[in-house]
Design a protein around this ligand. Structure first.
Ligand code: ATP
Ligand code: MG
Ligand code: FE
Length: 334
């Protein structure tokens, strides 16, 4: 089974060829980070325009690197949502045009299902499983009883983890996207500043990061008013300690309550060293639960993950039509 994956939900134009749902043959990502950097975040209109310019080039490159002709492609998997509507439409329309002209089946894919299925490019999935999804727009614990079945057992009530990282980074005047910079600083500092942990009500698997973000901003402002200097390294380390502690604690508690066999880490923040280390040492003490952490190149947006999820959905019979549209607020549970 040869699947072409297409991803354009945010600021990466990506195409990939994946064989049998597990083997990456090619994985091309054109990042727009440099264009958005000077605005401190993704500018939707700019993103759409870049996708239009890059889409054909990226698809051709993915086919070329894989040494696969479009005639050999069995299905085209494309992100239908969630994401920026203008950005998603570029990928969806490219997929529809190729599917129509070469009579290839279309498979619509949920972007977060893609992030989760990035793990299947590393190892076979064993159910039931729990996935901790931490990205620029999402923070949630997703329970899966079987392939293609997603149940959100907890999610953020305000900011996503990646969003909190990017906002705190901006306060520290670090470049966009700030996550990797905070991660680096955190390892140079010590978590000496007392910051809140949002546990929410007893037993809750929901998350909240806006209070923590405000606490970081207040710490900086208060110090400034007193003419004191806060070490950015220590502040980054303290912020990261709070995020990582809550994510780790809720994940292990849910994994035990739901009796899962595997725990998958997914999304851009899965690249965070502090989070990877904390989950690894916590799950080392749990011989019955296998922790899977994707390599860095599969954490942030790519099309191999979309092809991986699309391969399973294709085998389950899911198809898109020529009426297929982009869905900026698509729900993963339906
Ligand atoms: P979504 O997947 O929810 O639609 P997105 O696709 O924009 O959002 P991703 O590309 O999955 O998000 O992840 C990008 C986010 O990951 C950014 O917020 C970035 O700061 C964060 N990030 C990347 N590397 C790290 C890191 N090492 N530590 C913390 N955050 C990181
Ligand atoms: Mg991105
Ligand atoms: Fe993403």
């Amino acid at each position: 089974l040869i699947v072409l994956g297409i991803e354009t939900s945010c600021d990466e134009t990506a195409a990939s060829i994946v064989k049998n749902g597990t083997e990456i043959i090619s994985n091309v990502v054109a990042s727009q980070i440099e264009s958005h950097k000077r605005f401190g975040g993704v500018v939707p209109e700019l993103a759409s325009r870049h996708h239009v310019e890059q889409m054909t080039i990226v698809i051709e490159e993915a086919l070329k690197q894989a040494n696969v002709s479009i005639k050999e492609v069995d299905a085209i998997a494309v992100t239908e949502g969630p994401g920026l509507v203008g950005a998603l439409l570029v990928g969806v329309n490219a997929a529809k045009a190729l599917a129509f002209s070469h009579q290839i089946p279309l498979v619509p894919v949920h972007h977060i299902a893609g992030h989760i299925y990035a793990n299947r490019l590393m190892t076979e999935l064993t159910f039931p499983l729990l996935s901790l999804v931490v990205s620029g727009g999402h923070t949630e614990l997703v329970y899966m009883e079987k392939h293609g079945s997603f149940k959100v057992i907890g999610e953020t009530l305000d900011d996503a983890a990646g969003e909190a990282y990017d906002k705190v980074a901006r306060t520290l005047q670090l470049p966009y996207p700030g996550g990797p910079h905070i991660d680096r600083l955190a390892h140079e500092g010590k978590p000496t500043i007392d910051l809140p942990r949002a546990w929410l009500e007893e037993g809750s698997y929901d998350f909240s990061f806006s209070g923590l973000k405000s606490a970081v901003i207040n710490t900086l402002h208060n110090a400034e008013q007193r003419g004191e200097i806060v070490s950015p390294e220590d502040l980054a380390a303290s912020f990261q300690a709070s995020v990582v502690e809550v994510l780790t604690e809720k994940t292990i508690r849910a994994a035990k309550e739901y009796n899962v066999r595997q725990v998958l880490l997914a999304g851009g923040v899965a690249a965070n060293k502090g989070l990877r280390n904390s989950l690894t040492s916590t799950f080392n003490n749990e011989p019955d639960i296998e922790l899977v952490i994707p390599p860095l190149f599969l954490c942030t947006d790519n099309a191999a993950m979309i092809a991986a999820a699309g391969s399973i959905l294709f085998e389950m019979g899911k198809r898109g039509t020529m009426e297929m549209n982009a869905h900026p607020c698509l729900d993963i549970e339906i």
